[in-house]
Design a protein around this ligand. Structure first.
Ligand code: CA
Length: 438
């Protein structure tokens, strides 16, 4: 048996929290970590999602012992950074202890008072993100985007050797539900047009997974590939909102800047590495002729189990569709396993020069497009660079996002004989730059 598996992964386990039974995202096998506040009390508290409820960890800590209690108490500062700093063993102890409280009916009366309806709670970015790095591991995305610029040579020569990434901005990382104000910046609308300062006309999303870092490495000490997963606390969904016209004008020679740093939305729950243990799969083999990763990025165990059986979806609902009662339209569905590099390879590469990662750092995978037209991770690809509009139910068309458009990303992990666990929503609605804040 996989040593990472324990009683918390039993597909037959049942919680006395009735809404958790067969819950699409938060059955008792998931137990993701997050930060919430109640309307009557704005204090931010650590919580765990169970069905349609949120369990407050500060209210539960007195019922716990040892490492689990220490983990629950570490969250009293109003962020999860201290919990992420503890690393995997206390996090696993907390998971097993909470699982026991939520599955053994003798604790129901004591624990019930620590549960709140999720609908009464506001969810926040779970940790203070010190640094945010966005990678570019989606090889189909990199190829499709590269082809728009360089039809004969879509992938640059470094792509299959170096996990490409850039340092993003943490101040504008927000939780699901935050409005997306159409950014204004410098644009050069056509080859013969003068640059102007105006709202972007090519507002796009990027479907990504986020990687939450737990633990830290001292500066100057790389994390070896074989140990890299010890530093992965869990995953979330991430939308790297992008202004394509701003990006096209500004990106050379130093890469993304104002086209990206106005907003990044994450789903608020950290689906922990422990919860994801049953859904690990082999990294798909590289196509014939591709170079093997350099030795510092290659580990047999990581190649055998370093990918995740996670499926991601994107849905769009325009204001007109909402008014007409038309359900959101799915724009794509595809697997996380299209990553050319594993999560562990990203961690090892990020630190190979001695760069130090810290608890609460966030890494993005890059846009994860699948190989076909039903699994593309952004509108830039779906609309072929804005040339081919998509048709929406109700008669509207889209090449890029318009005011009132609400975009929702979801994801779930599945494996034969295992419960399905989900990530919750990563959602945002586009508003005009002139709209007053609320
Ligand atoms: Ca991105």
């Amino acid at each position: 048996m996989n040593p990472a598996l324990d009683e918390t992964h039993d597909p037959g386990a049942v919680s006395w929290v009735e809404s958790a039974a067969n819950h699409l995202d938060f059955p008792v096998q998931n137990l993701p970590l997050g930060l919430f506040s109640l309307a009557r009390d704005s204090r931010r508290r650590a919580g765990i999602a169970i069905g349609d409820r949120i369990l407050a960890l500060d209210r539960t800590a007195p019922l716990l012992e040892g490492d689990a209690r220490r983990a629950a108490q570490s969250c009293e500062s109003g962020t999860l950074n201290a919990l992420l700093a503890l690393g995997a063993a206390p996090r696993r102890a907390l998971r097993r202890a909470i699982f026991k409280l939520l599955t053994d009916r003798q604790y129901a009366s004591e624990v019930s008072s620590a549960l709140s309806p999720a609908s009464d709670c506001e969810l926040h970015v779970p940790a203070n993100v010190g640094d945010y790095t966005d990678f570019y591991t989606g090889i189909h995305h990199a190829t499709n985007i590269g082809r728009l610029f360089r039809p004969d040579n879509p992938l640059l020569p470094n792509y299959k050797y170096v996990p490409i990434g850039y340092h993003g901005r943490s101040s504008s990382i927000v939780a699901s539900g935050t409005r997306v104000i159409r950014p204004t910046a410098q644009i050069k609308a056509a080859a013969d047009a003068a640059p102007s300062y105006q709202p972007t006309q090519r507002l796009d999303y990027e479907l990504e997974l986020g990687i939450w870092i737990g633990g830290e490495n001292p500066r100057g000490e790389p994390i070896a590939i074989a140990r890299a997963e010890d530093y992965v606390a869990g995953l979330c969904l991430l939308n790297d909102w992008s202004a394509r016209d701003v990006q096209a004008w500004e990106y050379q020679p130093l890469g993304p800047f104002l086209a990206k740093n106005f907003l990044t939305t994450v789903s608020p729950w950290i689906v922990t590495s422990e919860a994801l243990a049953p859904y690990r799969i082999a990294q798909p083999p590289r196509p014939d002729g591709d170079p093997a990763p350099l030795p510092y990025l290659l580990d047999a165990t990581n190649q055998a189990t370093g990918a995740y059986a996670v499926t991601m979806e994107v849905h769009l609902q325009t204001a007109q569709m909402r008014a007409a009662g038309i359900a959101p339209q799915r724009l794509s569905r595809g697997p996380m396993s299209v990553m050319y590099w594993t999560v562990a390879q990203l961690v090892a590469h990020h630190t190979c020069n001695g760069c130090n990662l810290r608890p609460g750092d966030l890494l993005g995978t890059g846009t994860l497009s699948g190989p076909d037209a039903t699994s593309l991770g952004c509108l830039m690809e779906i609309s072929s660079g804005g040339r081919t509009p998509i048709e929406l139910p109700g008669g509207e068309q889209r090449t890029f996002l318009q005011e009132g458009d609400r975009l929702v990303m979801t994801a779930y992990a599945e494996a034969p004989g295992r419960a399905r666990i989900g990530f919750g929503e990563c959602a945002g609605e586009v508003v005009s730059p002139s709209e007053p804040s609320s």
